[in-house]
Design a protein around this ligand. Sequence first.
Ligand code: GCO
Length: 450
Amino acid sequence: MAEKIAKFPHGFIWGTATAAYQIEGAWNEDGKGESIWDRFCRIPGNVQDGDRGDIACDHYHLYRDDIKLMKTLSLNVYRFSIAWPRIFPQGKGGINQRGLDFYERLVDELLDAGIEPFVTLYHWDLPQALQEEGGWANRDTVGYFKDYAAQVSKRLGDRVHYWITHNEPWVTSFAGHHSGILAPRIKSLPTALKVSHHLLLSHGEAVAVLRDNGDEKTRLGITLNLSPAHPASESKEDKEAATRFDGYLNRWFLDPIYKGSYPEDMMILYGDKAPKIRAQDLERISAKIDFLGVNYYSRQVIKADTKEAFLGLSQVKPADTEYTEMDSEIYPAGLYEILKRIHNDYDAPLMYITENGAAFSDKIDKNGQVNDKSRIKYLKSHFLQAHKAIEDGVKLSGYFVWSLMDNFEWALGYSKRFGLIYVDYPTQKRIIKASGWMYKKVIEKNGIEI
Ligand code: GCO
């Protein structure tokens, strides 16, 4: 029987994503300053098993070998982040050229391998010195971020064409400053909301400066973590609760960027805790961008819950379905749904899936291989939903799997493995998993066998 292939459009790009703190290690080398994650990990109880990113995948030293592996996987593109404290150890003031040198070597090596770099400027590792001055809750940080974006793009802008200002500002805001499960471990709703506004503002400011330092090839965007919010039942209460959750997670970020306004229902709900917005802020935030990065992992099922004080809702775990090691529901149709919804509600922007992937308890078998069947199934089912979205008119131009290799999963330390490549941390040996070999085939065919 002839195999059937779901073909992607010509020019569709395939890659993987990582983040500096999760893979680089070399936490205090070559003049790097301390980040809020270096600090957070040193406080007992913050990270599972007391793990920290001091060494991580030692990518800072092994990047050449890692790029060889990317070549083996036939990647077209590679998304990575720059550690702000490598460039400005104190967050502002004196530049550390050795930090910029590292990223220049990385970019040049990627380009030599024929791999296009996608650079994220902020993937959560704020210089600790800026945190001492209030971090993202301090409006001055917006200006420091702009200076950082200016210096990095001055050095790399002739070779890097794709820039992502922020990774998942919802996580920085709410997981960092409301639930406080991530750095800098603050637990205050007004602070979290203020942080979200400053992050968005810094995005707009960075877009302006990246545009100035760029050329006609420059493409700018932001990455948001988005999920459809489904009501747990048909009841009016559950439906309204799902709408609130959608406002909290999705619209709070999408609306200011694409419509130049915060969602009114959420402004009313947050009341006097809502951020203070100055004239022109929203105009800056909604500066024209070239693409939206979508990180998709799962959907959220929501029910009304009057006992819950913040949004009056709680999350429901559907039964009779599969879950990843992160305990997140495997729900590929949600990817199609969120892409289609953005397409319809936000004027059909060009999009990339900048993260999608799953953690499973991978084991090396007796032949030294990692046969991660669950990940293969997870990825293929999501690729097919992306394919369907494109067929239905969504402007999706590329796909980045999270992640290139197993790495430091934030507060869960090294306990969760997301990679297409297995990392044996004590030896830093890498093994391409079966999912990596599957992905290589997908890339080479620009399509998926069905
Ligand atoms: C994310 C984070 C990644 C995580 C991944 C898996 O952007 O959520 O960017 O750093 O490791 O999502 O949880």
